[in-house]
Ligand binder design. Structure first.
Ligand SMILES: Cc1cc2nc3c(=O)[nH]c(=O)nc-3n(C[C@H](O)[C@H](O)[C@H](O)COP(=O)(O)OP(=O)(O)OC[C@H]3O[C@@H](n4cnc5c(N)ncnc54)[C@H](O)[C@@H]3O)c2cc1C
Length: 529
């Protein structure tokens, strides 16, 4: 624990309205969003040699628990952990983490036994140089898109990890993200941020906010009357959105008419054998889908569903069928999902990051990656003075409104391409429920594959390759063939198939199972950089 005496001395300095320099950052909330934001801001300042000038304080309620869910991440987490100076070996062992190489979608198209495809984390071969997707749509092979253009799905089928114990920390033969224990992760980040990055920590309930609703916040006031002064505030208070929602009253824009799932029932299950899947398994159900995430000691499983189409009881029965046993009521945690996001995220000297900013069903694990992106944006663009803050706020709001909308589009894509017959799936195919932006893309993709030019931002949450994997994973014939291109495309795809096959053979010789890798890391550790 940090020396509270030092913290309070610093916190009791009155608001320096004459200088206007932003040097005191207060983060409200100690869930993963709070600690990632604190760690990224502090580490970025440290890297710039400014850690003596900018002070970060995180305040967390001793009574309001963190969400404690969120076990799937994106590869960006490697960069984030590295930036914070965390050793991958420590992270893996302390957070019960495993390696994730993408998602396998099962039963999303027809619901039949053989209906499955991967959204891997490795880009298609030669991606960027030429579009293999164009060759794919123009030829007649029966090979699935993901298996044709990328070795990673084959490696996942074999249950192999993306690296072995001789690879250095954060490096591997294939791109990867993690699965992790969310509660252990928050505790681990807290320890690292307070002990190594010098973040001040305070355990207290925030009762009041000092500042009017149109202007900057000057202090947060705890239940026992302490004032926490700050120049800049990060609202990571979870669903309660204590600053952005309750104090500023920023509107929450729902997308429930696009994404219908509004509940999640989660449970922790044991293993049947030693196998830890090296990917998230996502199985479609009558009115939603079930995630299955493998950690070393247990599986995290959750049924995300639309309560308008099945009752909680039916959803639980479907989860029990998946689990292969009856589930006691106290084993199952229920969450409400109100899909949507804030109309603006940054107001005056306050920015919302994490669940306070919005939440969408965790179909592609988009929540933590957005936290990382938002924390990075704030850390790299931290206003030097209050005078320039509105310019940065405007940019942040534009960028993140765009990102939320693209994620909504991408999640919806998984539903509109389905051919399943249940009412929930039929309703998803009703194009009055599609965002205009997705309608436009889908209209274009009838004539050309998803291309880089369809995605104008340099840093998209889901790049064009992700759209290709899902589009052709679900509907290989979605894009019209160009009859003139057939011969060349045939040659290219044959070459690509041979290349992928060769890669798989090479990778197989160097990789071993996820369980073996995790055991080795716990026993020997990974070589440091
Ligand atoms: C069912 C489900 C599954 C999910 N799966 C994934 C996934 O696979 N991948 C992914 O990326 N994301 C996932 N998420 C989202 C993920 O859980 C969140 O992004 C993550 O936990 C961050 O939460 P948070 O820190 O914003 O909020 P929380 O964890 O809720 O933390 C809020 C913090 O604010 C504090 N607080 C609140 N009010 C006050 C107050 N008045 N005074 C002081 N402190 C206060 C609390 O004490 C707490 O510390 C999932 C979410 C759900 C619900």
């Amino acid at each position: 624990m940090t020396d509270i005496t030092g913290v309070t001395q610093f916190m009791h300095q009155p608001y320096q309205s004459d200088s206007n320099n932003i040097t005191r950052i207060v983060i409200l909330g100690g869930g993963t969003a709070g600690w990632i934001s604190a760690g990224v801001i502090a580490a970025t300042q440290r890297a710039r040699g400014k850690h003596n000038k900018v002070h970060v304080t995180l305040v967390e309620s001793p009574t309001i628990p963190i969400a404690g869910v969120g076990e799937g991440t994106w590869p960006s987490m490697r960069r984030t952990l590295k930036l914070m100076g965390i050793r991958e070996t420590d992270f893996i062992t302390r957070c019960n983490a495993t390696f994730k190489q993408g998602a396998k979608f099962r039963h999303w198209v027809t619901g039949q036994q053989e209906d499955e495809y991967y959204h891997p984390l490795v880009l298609p071969t030669q991606f960027g140089d030429r579009s293999l997707a164009e060759d794919f749509v123009n030829q007649t092979t029966q090979e699935a898109f993901d298996k044709l253009v990328c070795a990673q799905g084959h490696i996942c089928d074999l249950g192999l990890a993306p690296k072995n114990v001789s690879h250095r920390e954060y490096e591997g033969l294939l791109n990867y993200a993690y699965h992790l224990d969310a509660c252990a992760f928050a505790a681990f980040l807290k320890e690292h941020c307070t002990n190594v990055l010098g973040i001040n920590y305070l355990s207290a309930d925030i009762d009041r906010v000092e500042g009017d609703r149109d202007g900057p916040i000057s202090a947060l006031i705890t239940r026992d009357g302490q004032r926490i002064h700050g120049d800049f505030f990060v609202d990571c208070s979870g669903f309660s959105a204590r600053l952005i929602g309750q104090h500023y009253g920023i509107e929450y824009v729902s997308c429930a008419d696009t994404l219908f799932c509004n509940k999640a029932a989660t449970v922790q299950l044991g293993y049947y054998d030693d196998t830890i899947l090296p990917y998230t398994l996502s199985t479609a159900t009558e009115a939603g889908w079930i995630w299955d995430i493998g950690l070393p000691n247990r599986r995290g499983v959750g049924h995300v569903y639309a309560n308008d189409y099945i009752t909680d009881d039916m959803a639980k029965k479907q989860l029990e069928r998946y689990a292969g046993r009856a589930l006691a009521d106290d084993e199952v945690r229920l969450f409400d999902i109100a899909p949507g996001n804030r109309k603006t995220f940054w107001k005056a000297n306050c920015v919302a990051i994490g669940l306070s900013a919005g939440f969408l069903e965790p179909l592609e694990a988009s929540s933590l990656v957005l936290v990382e992106m938002a924390a990075k944006f704030v850390a790299e663009n931290l206003p030097k003075t209050a005078a320039v803050s509105p310019i940065i706020a405007k940019r942040f709001n534009e960028t993140f409104s765009y990102r939320w909308q693209r994620i909504i589009d991408f999640l919806k894509l998984h539903y509109v391409l389905s051919k399943r017959s249940e009412p929930f799936w039929q309703k998803h195919r009703d194009n009055t429920t599609w965002p205009d932006s997705l309608q436009e893309q889908l209209a274009l993709w009838h004539f050309h594959p998803p291309a880089q030019c369809d995605f104008p931002y340099a840093e998209e949450v889901f790049p064009c390759a992700s759209y290709q994997y899902v589009l052709y994973g679900m509907q290989p014939n979605y894009t019209q063939k160009d009859p003139d291109a057939d011969k060349l495309s045939h040659m290219q795809t044959a070459r690509c198939k041979a290349h992928t096959y060769q890669q798989v053979q090479l990778l197989k010789q160097q990789l071993y199972s996820q369980r073996t890798l995790i055991d080795n890391i716990i026993q020997y550790g990974l070589p440091q950089r």
